[in-house]
Design a protein around this ligand. Structure first.
Ligand SMILES: Nc1ncnc2c1ncn2[C@@H]1O[C@H](COP(=O)(O)OP(=O)(O)OP(=O)(O)O)[C@@H](O)[C@H]1O
Ligand SMILES: [Mg+2]
Length: 422
């Protein structure tokens, strides 16, 4: 257009331009406009992008010039001055529909407690139990007790969603991501890849939750591909001639049955295929993968008494309030002592957690005994400390005491009990 003299070329030099031109002259939406806008802003340039992406680009900064025309003619008219485009407004999506509430879950007190701790500290959680006990139900209620994204997190999450083409209408949301891929997911779908090195579920769950239901049904390769992001908080996709890295600091929540028929270890039930059934099923999960899970709990079947006579369970709002307080305590602590990269207990490095979760004398004895008896890995040891720190934060305690550690150790061995019962 500049070559034809329709648009003044020298004015275009101050802009980064992106969009997809249709044959009829309209400009179709493209992925990745938010990071492009932030990049353009950093270079001191303006941005020309498709109309549908305008609200997304507007988040990049109040000072920069943003043009979001519907068609090529609209740009020409804008530069001619006959029809000047207005700057798009940044839009926040008002999530319609309320989230599923924890009040619906009857009984399952220990499951609810574990979910609260996991939400407060951002810990990885594995729930095992017979069919229909409420595992999927509990996990799907996690978003209702998590605090909203902080402004800095919101921008990071939105940039990934933008690149993944997942920002509907160019609007951002402050709800934490909750991704629940089906167990048929491929490696590329999970950690990213494909022709344009798109971000995968692990990255789309950044600062939120990655929920893997029916965990052993995922292929072992896909699960093991999560090992590196679980530790490093990012995914590196290597291609023949370039590498892309996407942030992937998510909280892993998983649910599983103890064996294929689901009844192993249930009182009064027996598994037709004996111990092999559970052993084969659980062998699909690798040791290193399980080692990265901070909390493992059993979700027993609910009894009829729980369902019929039980008084109403606590609603999500009350739990969310306690989680918010515990998160505020953590944010304040890490603001004070660390360089800002850490905001919650789960993200602490080894040295930092040893500093902030140093147990009292009684706690230390318990920890030593447990570490020896359970043959805790170094990672396991630090993960126990992190969970104990969160339990103490929920209790409003400055010190990490014996009771906090005992509960944290209980969550660490929960899984071993499940495995042993089989
Ligand atoms: N604790 C509970 N309180 C109330 N309803 C429950 C509870 N547990 C299960 N239900 C009912 O059973 C249904 C199935 O529960 P859910 O899907 O969470 O089971 P699950 O443990 O994930 O089973 P599976 O192992 O088969 O996936 C729920 O939709 C709900 O109607
Ligand atoms: Mg389920």
């Amino acid at each position: 257009m500049a070559g034809l003299g329709v648009v003044p070329g020298e004015m275009l030099r101050d802009f980064v331009v992106l969009g997809e031109l249709s044959l009829d002259g309209t400009i179709a939406a493209v992925a990745g406009v938010l990071p492009a806008a932030i990049g353009a802003n950093a270079m001191g340039r303006g941005l020309i992008c498709p109309a549908a992406c305008g609200p997304e680009a507007a988040w990049a900064g109040g000072g920069m010039e943003i043009l979001a025309p519907r068609s090529l003619i609209a740009i020409a008219n804008h530069f001619k001055g006959t029809q000047v485009l207005t700057r798009p407004e940044p839009a926040l999506r008002q999530d319609a529909g309320s989230l599923a509430d924890l009040a619906d879950v009857r009984g399952q007190e220990s499951g609810r407690r574990a979910l609260e701790i996991a939400a407060a500290g951002g810990h990885n959680l594995l729930m095992a139990g017979p069919p229909g006990a409420g595992k999927s139900m509990l996990a799907s209620r996690l978003p209702s007790i998590l605090p909203p994204l902080m402004p800095r997190e919101l921008l990071e999450v939105s940039m990934i969603a933008s690149i993944g083409g997942e920002l509907s209408g160019g609007k951002l949301t402050d709800r934490r991501p909750f991704r629940a891929p089906h167990h048929s997911a491929s490696m590329a779908a999970m950690v990213g890849g494909g022709l344009r090195a798109r971000p995968g579920e692990a990255s789309l769950a950044h600062h939120g939750v990655l929920f893997l239901d029916e965990l052993p049904e995922f292929t072992p390769q896909v699960l093991d591909s999560l090992r590196q992001p679980l530790e490093a908080g990012e995914v590196v996709i290597a291609r023949a001639n370039h590498r892309v890295s996407y942030p992937a600091r998510f909280q892993l929540v998983a649910a599983m049955n103890p064996c294929r028929c689901g009844m192993a270890g249930e009182p009064g039930q027996s598994c037709a295929r004996g111990p092999r059934c559970a052993a084969d099923y659980q062998a699909r999960l690798s040791g290193p993968f399980l080692d990265r899970i901070d909390m493992r709990i059993e979700i027993p079947a609910v009894t009829a008494a729980d369902l019929i006579g039980a008084s109403a369970s606590e609603a999500s709002a009350a739990v969310a309030a306690r989680v918010a307080v515990a998160r505020a305590i953590q944010a304040e602590r890490y603001e004070r002592i660390s360089t800002g990269a850490v905001g919650i207990n789960a993200h602490c490095g080894a040295a930092l957690i040893e500093q902030v979760a140093a147990p009292d004398a009684a706690g230390l004895r318990l920890l030593q005994d447990a570490a020896a008896a359970l043959k805790l890995s170094a990672r396991g040891y630090h993960r126990v400390l992190k969970v104990a720190r969160t339990i103490a934060d929920l209790a409003g305690s400055e010190e990490v005491g014996r009771a906090h550690l005992a509960e944290a150790i209980g969550y660490r061995i929960g899984g071993e009990r499940v495995l042993a019962a089989a």
